[in-house]
Design a protein around this ligand. Structure first.
Ligand code: GLA
Length: 727
């Protein structure tokens, strides 16, 4: 039996109690405990809402914060299949205003021969009804629509909503581990050759882009040849040929069939790479004419910028199309009349006619749901947890909050290149020479008081120390192989001394030996994002704790795409990194990110100007273990390998882990079909895991938030803003 606040099997009694804060050490208050107590009292007093979706726990349900996710006994085919249904339908107003007036073909002609059908496991509240809107907030801004060439659509799920990929992984948190395999999506089925070197994929046949143009293997091949493989193009989320294995080739063997040829047999891990965000083709029919290979007047920069954020109705395979954009204000997306997914009764999806994104700050996301101005947010900032819970417990609250497993984490990544990646100057090079020493990395780890860092965020059972390596929420996590360096500034100083770093001038900071950098203070620049409270406070905490151990850290705040560019080009000493990829939780998805497997794949260690990776011995061991993991299907062998990986990566302090915590979802109560325990991030972000295209609002609860009722996406080629419903 779980108590209302279950800390999970792996939480020890001593973890994160107020007593864990060292006297005289913590500059932070334990006040959130008091607030949390009040909130829990409210929760236990509870409030009931008879209209709640049956699948979602209400705030009176126990809040379980177990470490591991509870993967349901669902088979992929219970979620999605492809089949022809006897009849299809769509919202009445679309038929009446568009089909009957000759502006759109009938829905059955707009759908593929065998559309994707969501099965019963995808419909916890049953089949839905049409209407209403999903209001969200993003802190990002759309750079433009050419994600194939690296432009961001503004994150926050705008990306996930406007990109469809060969496979789909977000909802896999629901799937039985024994049946775990990416869901079919644009690739509706696949078969392996007997030797496992070839994978033939069938694409959904007869699906169309939102402007009615057919989707075929031509789109797939254009994405692959002229974007992924073109060295002058870097797709958003970083797909490169290496993402699918060195020497891998892809060919079209018909309009709806493609064939991969790999260098090693049965590389099933690549099926995960073919989901978000590495294999989500863009519309070749509008991109190709702008690509320098086909348009000699265009530069690569012109190509990237050819579809600015002001250009509306960019063709998508997603459920909604961006039809209106007001900078720093709003993005409006309307239902895609060519969307190729249906419910079991043949109703074309999405159920929700409109999606809106207010363009605010990241910290406004949860605030807006709490205030009633938004319907859905990933609750990622622990500082808001108590407020969110308290708000949800109020009688008549409009939203509910559901916590998932502890899949969120932060760490400090050190630049481990010793041979010039990012062109370090003398200071940065000297610091990197330290980064490459185990004793130095351990010293930094021992300088960190993770208990207090957690309390800067929130009290209570939410936040736990993070040792680096796999997260405690991973099915491959082995606690006994996890080396946690406890907070010990004296031991940290001793370790610094062991590598020649001593405070020689009495200013409180250790100096290099006299023959290095003239014995100046060791200074590490920590790059962090100023865009969230979590990151700002953690960065300041790291600085303070490093100071206590005698290390001088300077903060460099860089926001959004600027920060991403600094990291991708190796221009950093240390980075405060949010765990926002999937390898440390699922391991099976994106396993090759666990170590520097190729010269240009890893976040914190890439090749220098000579193209060589100067791996440390322990990094080579991590590469070997990761390769062995990818090469085997045997689960006990995989567990053994990941246990070794965990030992090496935490003993060596491959990254300086800081804290881990659960993400929560804030969802307006009128929305139905929300899968219970949806993680904010596991196989993908919640916006994918939630399968927004089948969320719906029962008729009696529908809102008046729709801004452009009765309209469909307008014309893309005519370059005008949404044309008032003219398709
Ligand atoms: C950002 C947000 C996440 C999620 C993703 C989607 O990273 O912080 O919560 O919405 O965008 O890509």
């Amino acid at each position: 039996m779980q108590t209302p606040l279950d800390l999970g099997k792996r939480a020890s009694a001593s973890t994160y109690g107020p007593g864990g804060v060292r006297a005289g050490k913590a500059p932070f208050s334990a006040a959130p405990w008091v607030a949390l107590g009040a909130t829990l009292a409210l929760l236990l007093a509870g409030c009931s809402d008879p209209g709640l979706s049956s699948s979602m726990p209400s705030v009176t349900s126990p809040i379980t914060l177990g470490d591991t996710s509870q993967v349901g006994g669902i088979k992929p085919s219970d979620l999605v299949s492809f089949k022809a249904l006897p009849a299809y339908s769509e919202p009445d107003w679309v038929t009446r205003e568009f089909v009957a007036k000759g502006q759109l073909p009938p829905v059955s002609e707009r759908l593929p021969r065998q559309p994707l059908v969501f099965g019963p496991a995808a419909m916890p509240d049953g089949l839905g009804v049409y209407g209403d809107v999903l209001r969200q907030v993003t802190g990002g801004r759309p750079e433009g629509w050419n994600y194939s060439a690296g432009q961001s659509q503004g994150w926050g799920g705008v990306d996930i909503g406007t990109m469809e990929c060969l496979t789909r992984t977000g909802p896999l948190f629901l799937v039985d581990r024994d049946a775990l395999e990416p869901l079919p999506n644009l690739a509706r089925a696949w078969t392996w050759s007997r030797d496992g070197l070839q994978l033939t994929m069938d694409l959904v046949e007869g699906a169309k882009w939102s402007d009615g143009h057919p989707f075929t293997s031509d789109d797939v091949m254009f994405y692959w040849q002229d974007n992924v493989l073109d060295p002058n193009v870097s797709p958003l989320n970083g797909a490169s040929g290496e993402s699918f294995g060195p020497g891998t080739t892809l060919e079209a063997v018909g309009p709806y069939r493609i064939r991969w040829t790999f260098k090693r047999p049965f590389p099933r891990d690549y099926l995960y790479q073919m989901g978000y965000g590495k294999f989500c083709p863009g519309p070749a029919h509008v991109l190709r004419p702008q690509h320098p290979k086909y348009n000699q007047r265009n530069s690569y920069q012109n190509y990237k910028l050819a579809f600015p954020a002001s250009r509306m109705n960019f063709p998508t395979m997603g459920a909604w199309v961006v039809t209106e954009y007001r900078p720093d204000d709003i993005l409006i997306l309307r239902r895609n009349p060519y969307f190729w997914k249906v419910d079991a009764s043949g109703r074309q999806l999405p159920y929700l006619d409109e999606m809106q994104y207010r363009l605010l700050g990241w910290n406004d996301r949860d605030v807006q749901v709490i205030a009633g101005g938004s319907d859905l947010a990933n609750l990622e900032s622990p500082a808001s947890f108590v407020e969110a819970l308290r708000g949800a417990a109020k009688p008549g609250a409009g939203y509910r909050v559901a916590f998932g497993p502890r899949t969120s984490a932060y760490s400090v990544l050190m630049n481990l290149s010793g041979n010039g990646w990012g062109e370090p100057d003398g200071r940065a090079q000297a610091l990197r020479d330290l980064n490459r020493q185990q004793a130095f990395r351990q010293a930094v780890s021992m300088a960190m008081d993770r208990q207090s860092l957690g309390l800067t965020q929130v009290g209570g059972p939410f936040v736990k120390p993070y040792a680096g390596g796999l997260l405690a929420s991973s099915p491959f996590y082995d606690a006994s192989a996890t080396r946690q360096f406890d907070h010990d500034p004296r031991a940290a100083r001793a370790l610094l001394r062991s590598v020649g770093l001593i405070d020689r001038d009495g200013d409180g900071y250790v100096n290099y030996p006299p023959n290095v950098r003239n014995g100046e203070n060791v200074t590490a620049i920590l790059t962090a994002s100023p865009d969230t409270i979590t990151e700002r406070t953690l960065a300041e905490g790291v600085l303070l704790f490093a100071r206590d151990a005698g290390l001088r850290v300077v903060l460099r705040f860089a926001s959004g795409p600027q920060r991403d560019a600094l990291i991708a080009s190796g221009q950093f000493d240390w980075v405060l990194a949010r765990h926002d990829t999937t390898e440390l939780t699922t391991v099976v998805q994106g396993a090759d990110a666990l170590a520097p497997m190729g010269p240009y794949t890893h976040k914190s260690h890439r090749a220098g100007p000579n193209g060589q990776l100067d791996l440390l011995a322990y990094e080579r061991e991590m590469v070997r273990l990761t390769q062995a993991f990818i090469a085997t299907d045997n689960n006990s062998e995989r567990r053994r390998l990941m246990s070794q990986y965990q030992r090496v990566s935490t003993e060596q302090v491959n990254t300086v882990g800081l804290i881990q915590f659960p993400g929560g979802l804030l969802i307006d109560k009128r929305l139905a079909n929300v899968p219970p325990r949806t993680p904010t991030i596991m196989f993908n972000w919640a916006e994918d895991a939630l399968m927004r295209e089948r969320l719906f609002v029962p008729k009696a609860r529908q809102s008046r938030h729709e801004l452009r009722p009765g309209t469909l996406p307008g014309c893309f080629a005519c370059r005008s803003p949404a044309s008032g419903g003219k398709p």
